[in-house]
Ligand binder design. Sequence first.
Ligand SMILES: Cc1cc2nc3c(=O)[nH]c(=O)nc-3n(C[C@H](O)[C@H](O)[C@H](O)COP(=O)(O)OP(=O)(O)OC[C@H]3O[C@@H](n4cnc5c(N)ncnc54)[C@H](O)[C@@H]3O)c2cc1C
Length: 396
Amino acid sequence: MDYGMTAELEEFRAEVRAFVAANAPDVPPKAGVRSAENLEELALLKAWTGKLFAAGYIGGSWPARFGGRGEAHSAERDVVVGEELARARTPAAVQGAANLVAHALIDYGTEDQQVRYLPGIRSGELIFCQLFSEPSSGSDLASLRTRATRTEDGGFRVTGQKVWTTNGQWSDYGYLLARTDPDAPKHRGISAFVVDMTLPGVDVRPLREMTGTSDFNEVFLDDVALGSDALIGELNQGWSIANSSLGHERSGVATSAVRLRRNVAALVELAGRVTRNGRPAIEDGAVQERLGELSASVEALSALVYANISRWSRKSERVHDGPMAKLFFSELGVDIARYGLELCGEAGILVEGDTGVVDRGRWQDEFLYARAYTIAGGSSEIMRNIIAERGLHLPR
Ligand SMILES: Cc1cc2nc3c(=O)[nH]c(=O)nc-3n(C[C@H](O)[C@H](O)[C@H](O)COP(=O)(O)OP(=O)(O)OC[C@H]3O[C@@H](n4cnc5c(N)ncnc54)[C@H](O)[C@@H]3O)c2cc1C
C-alpha cells in the first residue's frame, strides 16, 4: 500500500526506479547506513552520490542558485527517492553529514564557504562527517566538552574527542561542534566549524563493530589549528545552527518503512524455504500469525509516516510526531530481524562465509545492525521521554 501518492508522484517514482536500475553501484547490499569497505567501494559510492545530485534526486531542497530544485522541490519527492533506493537495496548517498553541513552552510555560511564546499558535495567528491557526539555527550549533546579556543589572529585551536563518527575514515572535512564559551549556559557556548580532516592533530581511528565492519570512528583532535574562516555563522551560535540543519530532512523514516516492508516480504519468502517440524515453516499457523503481525505493524508504521510527512508539508508537525515514528520503526526493525534469525533455526548462528549460512548472512547482519537504529538519531528512551513529556504532557 502507498499512502498519499498522486499520479504525478507515481510517474516520478517510475522515473526514479528506472534511474536506479540503470545506475545503482555494484556494492553488496547491507543493513542500515554503512561505510565503504574499501577504496573501490568508496569510488563507486562517490560517483553514485554525484549522479543522484545531478539528477536532482537528492539535494532538491537546496535553493536553486546552489543547484537545488527551489520552489519545485517537495518533501514527497524526497520520500519517493528514499523509498526507491530502499526498495532496490541500494546505498543512499555516501555522505551522511553532507546534507546537514550543506544546510548549515546555505543558511549561515559565508559566500566563500558556500563556493568552496557546496559544489564538491554535489559532485560527490567531498565527503563530510558529523563531529558532534563525544564519549560523554550523546543524548545530552549540549554538554559536549571539545574546546575551541580563540587565537590572537582570529583563528581557533581545537582539542577534544569525538566518537561514533560515521564515514570519518573517508572524510575530507568534518562538521564540528565545539565549546567556545565555557562560562555561558551550555547551549549558548557552542560554535560550529568546518574542519579539514587532513590537518595536523586530527587522528581518525576506525572502530570495528559487531557487524564485522567499520562504519564509524573515534576522532581525536589535539590542538588542531583552524583559521577564522572555519567558523560557520556567528561565534556561540552553534547550537541553533546544528538544530536547524538537523530539521531539514524528513525522508529517512519513510525510507525505513519501505526497508522493513521489504524485509517482511523476504521473511515470508524465507519461511517458504526453511522447515519447521519437517514441513515448510510457512505452513505453520504460529509462523503465519507472526508474519501477519509484523506485516500489519509495517503498514501501521507506513500510515504514521505518511501522516507525519503530510503534517510536515503543511507546517503543522507536532513535536512528538517524528519521535513516535522513529521509536516505532527502530524497535520494529529489531523484531523483524530477530524473527529472521529465528526462522533460520540453527543456521541463524552462522555468519557470512560459513558453510550452510542462509541468505549469505543477511539475517545476522540485519539483526546485529538493527540495534543501531534504536540509538542513532536519539535513543528509544529519549524518544519515549519526548512523547511522554511533550506529547502527552506527563510529568518528567
Ligand atoms: C550507527 C550510529 C551512527 C552514528 N553516527 C554519528 C555521527 O556520524 N556523528 C555523531 O556525532 N554521532 C553519531 N552517532 C551518535 C548518536 O547520535 C548517539 O549514539 C546518540 O545520540 C546516543 O548517545 P550516546 O551513544 O552517547 O548514549 P547516551 O546518551 O550515553 O545514552 C546511554 C543510555 O542511556 C539512556 N539515556 C540517556 N539519557 C537519558 C534520559 N534523559 N532518560 C532516559 N534514558 C536516557 C539512553 O537511551 C541509552 O540507553 C551515531 C550513532 C549510531 C548508533
